[in-house]
Write a protein that binds this ligand. Structure first.
Ligand code: SIN
Length: 313
């Protein structure tokens, strides 16, 4: 069974990645799960300087999901290089560094700091965090800004560049087209949906930042429709994210055209979810007589132009 997937000449052993922010920096879970069975690990977002993030409470459970408002708390790129990279170096699975920033210069500076390290296969560019006032959605909801960031990063690296898109826009395909035009290798979608929850006894929002990002199974149908839109709009690979908790969820994303998937919130229940999902995809393909997972990518049987999305493209 061929499960591999290649981006910019880098081959990932399978199509299941951990989503940024749900698997630490890749080194915390090595004693809990055999991370070498994953297609790849995507690190927590890294900024140039360490960030404390938003004040607590910054997590709230919701029906079939959760809200977070972490505010891109992270140890900063230099600490990552000094403290985390040595462990990642010993892994056989590929590592993608997620980069968050509040300016184009900062995105470039973080990528440049990581450039010398061969154990970083590429970068996922976070232009979609809904929990910060600078950067995040200010960039990710403006296709011109997304294009500028992509262009500047492409000038600085030959490594894989993936842009992580927000679903909090009307036509996500517009953003993917901008990425494709600027030489991005893939887009990943979707980051969280802006959401809110209220404690009716205190009459206060459950999150200190009032709103946060909704993730988990609650968002899967929305994410799937966004991925469906994206795979019809661009030729570059789309990596599906959003509420994937089982191999059946992952197969749905592959059928609508995602080339690979990321597992996020489900890692908080079991960090082994990604490995289980990879095994499930393999078994599904074998039982349907497919020798290559690629055979199910985009294999959805759908009437053309039946969806409202088709009329936008
Ligand atoms: C956060 O750190 O607030 C979440 C990150 C994200 O949604 O990109």
């Amino acid at each position: 069974m061929n499960e591999s997937f290649t981006l910019r000449g880098v081959t990932f052993q399978n199509r299941v990645f951990t989503a940024s922010g749900t698997f630490g920096y890749g080194d915390e879970t090595t004693g809990l799960v055999n991370v070498n069975k994953l297609g790849g690990i995507i690190t927590k977002s890294l900024s140039l300087k360490p960030r404390d993030g938003n004040p607590a409470p910054r997590i709230a459970e919701t029906a079939s999901g959760m809200l977070n408002s972490i505010g891109l708390a992270n140890i900063g790129v230099q600490h990552f290089i000094d403290e985390k990279l040595p462990t990642l170096r010993s892994l056989s699975t590929k590592v993608i560094a997620n980069i968050a920033a509040s300016s184009i210069d900062e995105y470039c500076a973080v990528a440049e700091a990581l450039e010398p390290f061969a154990e970083i296969a590429g970068y996922e560019i976070n232009v979609s965090c809904p929990n910060v006032k600078e950067g995040g959605l200010n960039f990710g909801t403006d296709p011109n800004q997304v294009a500028r960031i992509a262009r500047e990063l492409r000038r600085r690296t030959e490594k894989i560049l993936i842009v992580k898109l927000t679903p909090n826009v009307t036509h996500i395909s517009e953003f993917a087209r901008a990425c494709e035009a600027e030489g991005m290798d893939a887009v990943s979608a979707v980051n969280t949906l802006i959401g809110m929850a209220v404690n009716i006894h205190t009459r206060k929002p459950k999150l200190s930042s009032t709103t946060g990002g909704l993730s988990g199974p609650a968002i899967k149908p929305v994410a799937l429709a966004k991925v469906y839109e994206l795979t019809r709009a661009v030729k570059i690979p789309v990596i599906g994210i959003g509420g994937i908790a089982t191999w059946e969820d992952a197969v749905e994303f592959l059928l609508v055209g995602a080339s690979a998937v990321q597992v996020g919130t489900a890692n908080f229940i079991s960090p082994a979810t990604g490995v289980t999902i990879a095994e499930g995809i393999r078994a599904y393909c074998a039982s349907h007589g497919f020798a290559d997972v690629d055979a199910i990518v985009g294999a959805l049987i759908a009437e053309k132009n039946r969806s409202v999305i088709d009329s936008w493209l």
